[in-house]
Design a protein around this ligand. Structure first.
Ligand SMILES: [Zn+2]
Length: 433
């Protein structure tokens, strides 16, 4: 072969390779898919992109519209037309080309919504995304009132906050036959809410009511606002080994605690929900989110959560396999409302095909919800005499808005210890953290 021919072949090979490996920024931008999620306070449109883009967003009035101009972007999906269905705000979605190189998407809306938008980089298997939120009036979290001490005093019913993990953009773990964690968690959460609401003097608060994403900090905020007596966050686990099965229950551990590798890895996965679901840090600016408890109160709360977790494990053993027969601890962001005992329940392993079938079964979902209710009742009965002191503690907390003085909660702590030692067996107390 002549050297020149060899060289030209080499050149051709180089060109072929460079075409195959075109960097993301060099590709012409396009929308590959679009989804719409309807939350109680906003509607969220998510555009899947092949690379980052330039765009602008603005409102037009009479009639109300939100307009997106995307520069040099091609629309490679037909899903846009199919989106508008039961969304209470978006009436229609249209698109056109007002000028060369501009893709315009017009959202006809029912009311004057506040648009908010941001770009997300690829992560956890998701591509570049453009997120457009249409915030309904009165949806600003900072606008809502902080609970007053008087309101606390008037609270008579028992409230249980139920947090269905994941939602919207974030499906959570996905089983072999396609069952999504967010679907199971919501089904069990709703079932549990139904059984709670059927009982006199009890009320359930669903942190997530439908298929939309709720950032972890907002879940904590909603739990706090609900002034619940306890919170249960519902999830389903997944691992590579499809044989692994069983429920597990987690409580919060704080910095300085001995790390449990498995629990730590799980917490990291669950805490990644914000990145997958699409969260802007400025979204929640509410002092209630960052309220902290004094050391004594915190220790009491973690002890109570541990007791609740133990009770749930016991009742879950009646309805299915249990992975760990003692609660585990890790730093789960969603368990941040420390003034109420909060636990995170992994119902089972969705990665195990036979357990996935069970998780899909509405009969089994009902059984799991019933186990969660029974455990909550057992726990509340045991804690019953603590109720008033717990309320006092909260009153102090809400009136000082940001911080609770641990010393003021000393009585609460002592009683808790006494009640535990008077129980069937001495309970392990957490070290001060
Ligand atoms: Zn989860």
């Amino acid at each position: 072969m002549k050297p020149t021919l060899l060289f030209s072949r080499f050149l051709l090979l180089l060109i072929a390779l460079s075409v195959l490996q075109t960097p993301a920024w060099a590709k012409s931008p396009q929308i590959n898919d679009v989804r719409l999620w309807t939350a109680p306070d906003h509607s969220r449109l998510v555009f899947d992109l092949n690379r980052t883009i330039e765009y602008r967003i603005f409102r037009l009035h009479k009639p109300e519209r939100v307009v997106l101009d995307l520069y040099g972007v091609k629309l490679r999906t037909t899903h846009l037309k199919k989106l508008v269905s039961s969304d209470p705000v978006i009436k229609a979605i249209r698109h056109g080309k007002p000028e060369d190189g501009v893709l315009r998407i017009v959202l006809d809306v029912e009311e004057a919504v506040k648009p908010r938008s941001f770009l997300l980089k690829p992560m956890h298997g998701k591509p570049h995304r453009l997120v457009v939120d249409l915030m309904r009036s009165g949806s600003d979290v900072a606008e809502e009132r902080v609970v007053t001490a008087d309101q606390m005093r008037s609270k008579k019913e028992i409230v249980i906050a139920i947090d269905a993990g994941h939602g919207g953009e974030d499906p959570g773990a996905i089983g072999k036959s396609g069952l999504q964690e967010k679907v199971v968690t919501l089904a069990v959460a709703k079932e549990l809410a139904k059984t709670i609401n059927a009982r006199k003097g009890m009320r359930a608060v669903l942190i997530r009511e439908g298929d939309y994403f709720v950032p972890l900090k907002k879940r904590v905020l909603l739990a706090r606002r609900s002034r619940a007596d306890l919170m249960i966050s519902i999830h389903a686990d997944a691992v590579r080994n499809r044989g692994v099965k069983g429920a597990s229950v987690y409580t919060l551990s704080e910095r300085g605690a001995t790390p449990d590798k498995v629990a730590k890895a799980l917490a990291a996965r669950e805490n990644a929900a914000d990145a997958v679901g699409g969260f802007v840090s400025s979204e929640i600016d509410d002092p209630m989110v960052n309220m902290i408890l004094g050391d004594m109160a915190k220790r009491d709360s973690l002890n109570s959560a541990y007791l609740l977790a133990e009770t749930i494990i016991k009742d879950f053993g009646e309805v299915g396999p249990v992975k760990y027969d003692v609660p585990k601890r890790a730093r789960f962001a969603v368990l941040g409302a420390l003034e109420m005992p909060s636990v995170l329940v992994e119902l089972d392993f969705i990665s195990n095909p036979s357990r996935e079938r069970m998780l899909r079964s509405s009969t089994h979902q009902k059984r799991m919800a019933r186990a969660l209710l029974n455990a909550s009742l057992t726990f509340l009965k045991r804690q019953g005499h603590l109720k008033q002191t717990a309320v006092n503690m909260l009153q102090h907390q809400y009136s000082s808005a940001h911080q609770v003085d641990g010393l003021k909660c000393l009585n609460h702590s002592e009683r808790l210890v006494i009640s535990y030692s008077a129980g069937e067996r001495q309970r392990e107390l957490l070290p001060l953290i």
